[in-house]
Design a protein around this ligand. Structure first.
Ligand SMILES: [Fe+2]
Length: 268
């Protein structure tokens, strides 16, 4: 099964530039690339920071772009989003009984869970008792199926001090305790990081990918403000089967040449 992950498009109203790039143009190019190459994907997950400041106009811009996507998609919130504005433009977005934008979806290969880790108005993430109760119920009714978890904020330190201070700070241990009884959580997919990372947290593998707009610079020491970068935008192509999960990181604006051994200039 193929799943696509897009993250952190940070759309702004009126299709303006932001941090030296045009988020609207970049997300549009990303969707075109997916349409060209991955129409066989079962789902496209956009893992938060859909908007840069949560304006309704930016969600309308997202709606305009997503008209070009033929595969089903699932929208998640990040720390830059405003739930009520997102829901006003995308009223069919699933929510839990407490109004958090979290949901689950059963596909043939397993159960996909999309968590809401947002504390609105704050950069750091939060996972509260209400959200944990919902997750516990979703895991309880899952049975033995494999579980794949998407969340915006990583619940662990990833070694980038400026990002670690805005990780899932409140409720990381609660999340770990809620997941612990379920032995079938296979992988966690993060947004928020704006960088490719991969690793393991409490026995669960995880990955993050670059966003479609600006990136976060690889700064392993604390700096007074977050340093962003113009490293290439990317999206993730996820392959899942009974035995494995694989994430490919695709720099969709890369236009460097392919090298084929059929080329007369090819040197083996
Ligand atoms: Fe972001």
């Amino acid at each position: 099964m193929k799943i696509i992950q897009i993250t952190d498009p940070h759309l702004v109203p009126h299709k303006r530039e932001m941090h030296g790039v045009n988020p609207f143009d970049r997300l549009s190019a990303c969707i075109k690339d997916i349409e060209l190459n991955h129409q066989d994907a079962k789902l496209c997950v956009i893992s938060g920071d859909l908007s840069h400041k949560g304006q309704i106009e930016s969600y309308k811009a997202l709606g305009e772009i997503l008209k070009g996507l033929s595969i089903p998609y699932r929208l998640m919130v990040g720390n830059h989003d405003i739930r009520k504005n997102l829901l006003s433009v995308f009223p069919d977005t699933p929510i839990d009984p407490n109004g958090f934008i979290q949901s689950c979806l059963d596909l043939g290969i397993g159960r996909f869970i999309f968590l809401d880790t947002v504390a609105e108005g704050e950069k750091f993430g939060c996972f509260c008792e209400d959200r944990a109760k919902w997750l516990a119920d979703v895991l309880l009714t899952n049975g033995e199926r494999p579980v794949y978890l998407f969340l915006h904020h990583p619940p662990l330190e990833i070694g980038l001090p400026n990002m670690d201070r805005m990780r899932l700070i409140y409720g990381d241990e609660l999340l770990a305790r809620t997941l612990e009884p379920c032995k079938n959580v296979k992988h966690m997919f993060f947004g928020h990081v704006h960088r490719p990372t991969a690793g393991n947290w409490n026995g669960i593998s995880f990955s993050s990918i670059r966003g479609t707009a600006h990136q976060v610079a690889l700064k392993m020491t604390q700096t007074p403000i977050l340093v962003r970068s113009h490293e290439p935008p990317a999206y993730g192509i996820i392959y899942i089967n009974k035995h494995s999960s694989i994430v490919h990181f695709h720099d969709f604006l890369d236009n460097t040449a392919f090298i084929s051994n059929a080329d007369p200039t090819f040197q083996p």
